[in-house]
Design a protein around this ligand. Sequence first.
Ligand code: S3P
Length: 416
Amino acid sequence: MIINSIISLPGDKSISHRSIMLASIASGVSRITNLNDGEDLQSTIKAMQSCGALIKQDKDLIVVTGSSLASPKEPIDCGNSGTTSRLLTGLLSSQHLSFSLIGDESLSKRPMNRVIKPLKEMGCIIKSNDGLLPLHIDASNSFKGIDYKMPIASAQVKSAILLAGLGAKNPSVVRELKHSRNHSEIMLESMGANIVVDNNNITVNPLSSKLKSFNMDIPADPSSAAFFIALAALLKGSDLTVKNILLNPTRTGFIDVLGKMGVQGLVSNPMTNNGESCGDIQFIGSNIKSCDVPAHMIPSIIDEIPILAVIAAFAKGRTVFHQVEELRFKESDRLDAIIQNLQSFGINAFEEKNNLIVDGGKPKKMAKIISYDDHRIAMAFIILSLVAFKEFDIDNTDCIDISLPGFFDILEEIQR
Ligand code: S3P
């Protein structure tokens, strides 16, 4: 199998969530195209609509008319979406609403104390199920800004605080140890918020007037592209170009690690779109080398580690991903899910002191993929199985709809 293709992909999921949320509280009409078409975005759209947001979908065009939000009557169902749940805690607090958040079985196991703690410190009243969903948040009274040192690298937590800060009495500062994706900062700034980024410290001032509406064609999601890029990278002689992909440096760690492994991405047509860098990128499949992935790179590849571990499985030698403990708190325990699946394909992989170690070579035996109902685990191991055995067997593919419902269509398109 060889790939020779130029593809366009649905929009970045992180930017899509933020565009719907922030357009809903802006002044005027925002027009969004190429929104991510996964189920997580539907969770965000429904959540915002349940608070009175005016969101209309006309084929590929989403029109959001900014309005005043109201406390929802029913609990908001965030489905499987960690980003929806964490960002809403801040966004709806900034609007001084009172609301409850619930989610599916996976989301109901994911830690919420990371957002509860700073928001409580700001003065929001929060009840939870021992740090888990359901959450009940009452932000109807005024609350204060915060000076918060992030204990972990998390764009969701950082964003929750920055968004809440828009409705606080005084400025808030978030201090990051490691840079996490900065789409909230970029979008807030381009919408006219008073936000100042100084190295690792971000200061957000309470809004003195409404945010400005915007028009945006959302660039392709690099986290979705990673699966097809991996396929091309692993199939020597393949040539794949992804058009108009997000190239924000907080998200290009996958491209950097792939470069360390011997496959360089060639960027053309670079441009800026609403403050976000993007462009076309081309990859040529080649031999893969193992490499060492230092801890400081982990936030920039946090969603791509499953597919990078799959690439490492085909490399010569040992690849070490340092300090990947955050993988345990994703849609599944991804550290465990990666190791179990790699082992069942006959690849030596294990965890040692929070590092993920993969001894590359070639998958030795065909195995049934266990998805753990996690979209990125499912897609990553389908790629592994296709490269090694030209077929795959998996317990469930429905979960793929969370971020990329067109996965199989695109796979077919690029193999033609
Ligand atoms: C996201 C942040 C990351 C990432 C998630 C999307 C975001 O989560 O894994 O898929 O849009 O802010 P963490 O903040 O938990 O690292």
